[in-house]
Ligand binder design. Structure first.
Ligand code: 0X9
Ligand code: ZN
Length: 468
């Protein structure tokens, strides 16, 4: 899944964009030639059109909002090797962006973005080659517009007034996606209202100087730094909005529902709801499908580092890119980014206590187990697999796959879960939450969150048995 690869469309008329992205195009095309043993073609390309669109418009012409009008999301699961080859042959002369490839057994499902200009021609090629596909989203901009309906809480000065006047009010709910101010306002509210349970820790600042917060949640009776701890981070990738929404739901449940006291007795919790606040805001105001951070790179025209390729374990290896215009740009060195270094420094200080590392992403409905940098498995892979299977078996609304990231998805060097495993954290997972092409109507926040929250009982019970 989640191949963030571009395919450059050479058929497109020459424009400023062609020249601007020709280097990325060539290197991507070269990568496209290498097939792996399972015939899962390593299509490491970013669409010329999409590249132009996402990198050009979104990063270079930052003042202009990006529209995805008439862009479509297609899904295909080739049934045979021939169909698989026909699919790649049909799209390889274009440049489209494959967002996900998820492998189950011998089948791989590809989800990809199809810009309007190439839809007719790709359709014709698929028909000729007998490749069947499903149009999952027929107009991406419409799906974006309908994703997060305006409510009193996410678009007004309305503050939740059911609370004591002496306390800070907040605008948070889990029926809409919220801007960073609302999320941070809620964290302030919690720290103010529940000082015996919640400690809001400022661990540094983002590239654009937004505060990076970790919420420490512990039982009032806990003696500091004596219990096994659980770390959860979210919002690493800007466009994966369900991730901070779930993280704040977890915070809400742990802090505000006394029925969850047992979870605080089992473990201490460190939750970072938005690791990439600059990208998150950018995805709200400029480009809904922005993924990276917003730091300036060596390239004048392309901004942002993929924070999930910037962590310092096997940094720079397969599945990460040196090209600042690539969607999985790894940065100029490991931990080059203020967001990843602040996070890792904090985790290192607590690494003897943290027994479970969860990083929330979307999409794909999968719990991914290291390693992502190589196809080998950690020696205790079996323990991680068993715990994740048992935790996700509780889900009522969504079915999740569990497995090694390189097998279910693709290689991803410098990802945070690999790094967490490398520093000795016992259970490390990347969670890919549900969405369709990164878009998930806000009405799904609660069902996703309720499912996932139920898994925490299983995770916390295991963590509680481990020595610190
Ligand atoms: O590519 C990524 O960074 C993740 N997928 S996403 O679509 N959310 O961008 C997957 C990362 C893989 N995780 C591990 N290797 N543990
Ligand atoms: Zn992600």
């Amino acid at each position: 899944m989640g191949r963030l690869h571009r395919v450059v469309l050479r058929k497109f008329p020459t424009s400023r964009c062609v020249n601007r992205y020709s280097t990325a195009t060539l290197s991507s095309s070269a990568r496209m030639m290498s097939l792996n043993a399972r015939n899962r073609i390593s299509l490491m390309l970013t669409a010329f059109v999409v590249g132009c669109f996402i990198f050009g418009q979104a990063s270079h012409t930052a003042e202009k909002d990006v529209s995805y009008s008439k862009f479509q999301i297609w899904r295909i699961t080739p049934r045979t090797k021939d169909e698989n080859s026909n699919f790649f042959r049909a799209i390889q002369s274009y440049e489209t962006e494959i967002w996900k490839d998820i492998t189950t057994g011998t089948n791989t499902e590809y989800t990809f973005l199809v810009p309007p200009q190439i839809q007719t021609e790709i359709k014709r090629k698929f028909n000729v080659a007998n490749v069947s596909y499903v149009v999952e989203i027929s107009d991406l901009q419409t799906a974006i517009n309908e994703e997060n309906p305006v409510t009193a809480n996410n678009n007004s000065w309305f503050l939740n007034s059911t609370f004591d006047n002496n306390k800070t009010a907040h605008r948070m709910d889990w029926t809409s996606y919220h801007r960073l101010d609302d999320i941070y306002g809620y964290l302030d509210y919690l720290a103010d209202t529940y000082p015996k349970i919640v400690q809001l820790i400022n661990i540094g600042a983002s590239y654009e100087n937004r505060t990076l917060y970790v919420v420490h949640i512990s039982h009032p009776s806990s003696i500091p730094d004596t219990k096994p701890a659980i770390w959860i981070d979210a919002g690493v990738h800007a466009r994966e909005w369900i991730s901070p929404a779930l993280a704040t739901y977890i915070i809400h449940q742990l802090v505000e529902d006394p029925a969850n006291e047992g979870l605080l007795l089992s473990a201490d919790w460190y939750i970072m709801p938005v690791m990439n606040p600059d990208g998150y805001e950018y995805s709200h105001v400029k480009n809904r499908l922005w993924r990276k951070s917003r730091s300036e790179t060596g390239s004048r025209k392309c901004r942002g580092v993929d924070l999930n390729r910037n962590f310092g374990f096997q940094w720079g290896d397969r599945g990460s890119y040196a090209d600042p215009c690539a969607i999985s740009f790894r940065g100029i060195k490991a931990f080059s980014e203020p967001e990843s270094i602040a996070t890792s420094n904090f985790i290192l200080k607590k690494s003897n206590l943290i027994k479970l590392y969860l990083t929330l992403h979307s999409f794909g409905q999968a719990v991914l187990i290291p390693w992502g940098h190589s196809a080998t498995l950690p020696s205790d892979y079996g323990d991680m697999l068993a715990l994740a299977k048992s935790a996700t078996s509780t889900f009522q609304h969504y079915k999740f796959k569990v497995g090694n990231v390189a097998a279910l998805f693709y290689r991803a060097s410098g990802n945070s879960a690999d790094w967490a495993k490398s520093i000795g954290i016992k259970y490390c997972y990347t969670v890919e939450l549900p969405a369709k092409g990164f878009i998930l109507p806000a009405s799904n926040i609660l069902p996703v969150s309720q499912d996932f929250f139920s898994a925490l009982d299983v995770f916390a019970a295991e963590v509680a048995t481990l020595h610190v």
